[in-house]
Design a protein. Structure first.
Length: 406
């Protein structure tokens, strides 16, 4: 992936690794990026703005309220013109402030105003990195689609050994190129539209330890969220437990059970142009959830179940405030795929069913490829075996034509 001609904003935090920011500016510039730099007050104790200004050939932003700087290029201009915002080093303090959405200096103010993908290269003492507060902030940021590069493990400047060392500048620059590559040259035909995607499996608790689940990994739903965001949509991804990283620029809401998924979907359903229900939702849940772990001795030999809400069917008959979103359901089948898909299309009142035979090799759960058919009232469109990313784009092409023009 090339950085040639791309506008990269580098935010430098106040940690010892700030000295490596100079090398990072060089790496990014060498790869062709136009680099602008903003620094926190603490960063200036480790490296001077003059160094980074000399290397980047642009004035370095250090103060939100600097009249001269604001008249040359305002903090909003900085945010607007950047195609990627990379913060290196991202100290524990900066990670916390970014997670909380604070805007109490230039760097965090620009971050809040910036719509470009955010990449962080964390750098801190191992105990600060492992502290639950930091880890919660990191999860929050990941949940918003922020990418993390590092930290690496090794000897730390503070004398400790462990995770916390900032990734090497060359690795950070390569990560920036990858993230930019994902958003490059993709048509922005979903710009101004909102999309809701559900992904993964649900977990229906039996007791505090056990649950009923299924084999869905979330790959298809995550691919749709990623593709929609890359094409300019505002995406909310409602996901069951999944190991997958949140795609850049996607807002992620984690849920466990079908009931939680229903509540999350309904609370966000009204403002969407399209809803993709890629999640494999459990049809049933245990009628009773035991408050304590059920012991082997004396456990009942059968489990009483009750039906879960059918979220898609509920959406199908919902009175939407504004325009009805295009409703896309998924059907994972092992036999009679087309017949089942047609039946679902009618029963759940949706606009399109993406159906696949999960018993076919290379199709279905956990694979990176899928062979699907798009079933609508108008007929069936059979797609070849494609990567899930490619399926996502083909699906978005089709659904975009069904969305009433914004
Ligand atoms: O009926 P079936 O589960 O095969 O339908 C699959 C489609 O319905 C998927 O889009 C799935 O997300 C959705 N669904 C749902 N709520 C359920 C069960 C399935 O939204 N309880």
């Amino acid at each position: 992936m090339s950085l040639a001609g791309r506008q990269v904003l580098l935010g430098v935090g106040g940690g010892i690794a700030a000295y490596k920011a100079a090398e990072l500016v060089r790496e990014l510039s060498k790869a062709g990026a136009e680099v602008r730099v903003v620094m926190t007050a603490a960063a200036q104790k480790f490296i001077t703005p003059l160094t980074l200004q000399t290397l980047s050939h642009h004035p370095v932003g250090v103060d939100t309220f600097d009249l001269q700087q604001e008249s040359t290029i305002s903090h909003i201009d900085l945010a607007d013109r950047s195609e990627l915002f990379v913060v290196a080093p991202a100290t524990a303090d900066l990670v916390a402030r970014l997670a909380l959405g604070m805007a109490n200096d230039l760097l965090t103010t620009v971050a809040l105003a910036c719509r470009a993908p955010l990449v962080l290269a964390p750098s801190m003492n191992v105990n600060m990195w492992q502290h639950p507060a930091t880890q919660v902030h990191i999860q929050t940021l990941r949940g918003r689609g922020v990418r993390m590069i590092g930290p690496d493990a090794g000897d730390l400047a503070c004398g400790w050994v462990g995770a916390g060392r900032m990734a090497e500048p060359s690795e950070i620059a390569a990560g920036c190129a990858t993230v930019l590559g994902e958003t490059q040259t993709v048509t922005q035909d979903w710009a101004g539209l909102s999309v809701l995607v559900t992904a993964g499996s649900t977990r229906e608790a039996i007791d505090p330890v056990r649950f009923i689940g299924n084999r869905s990994t979330g790959k298809m739903g995550f691919a749709i969220a990623k593709a929609a965001a890359a094409r300019g949509a505002k995406v909310v991804l409602i996901s069951g437990p999944s190991e997958l990283a949140t795609p850049a620029g996607v807002e992620r809401i984690n849920i466990e059970s079908a009931v939680e998924m229903r509540d999350a979907v309904m609370s966000r359903a009204d403002v969407q142009s399209a809803i993709f229900k890629a999640a494999a939702v459990a049809d049933h849940r245990p009628a009773q959830v035991a408050l304590q772990k059920i012991k082997k001795q004396g456990a009942a030999s059968s489990l009483e179940l009750q039906a879960n809400p059918d979220i898609l069917a509920e959406l199908g008959v919902r009175k939407f405030g504004r325009v009805r979103p295009v409703l896309v359901g998924f059907a994972a089948e092992t036999t009679d795929v087309e017949r089942h898909a047609r039946e679902k299309l009618a029963r759940k009142h949706c606009d399109l069913i993406v159906a696949n035979d999960v018993s076919e090799a290379g199709s279905g759960f956990g694979t990176d490829t899928n062979r699907v058919m798009l079933v609508s009232e108008g007929g069936v469109d059979r797609l070849p075996l494609l990567s899930k990313d490619e399926v996502a784009h083909r699906l978005l092409d089709r659904v975009r034509s069904l969305v009433k023009s914004a």
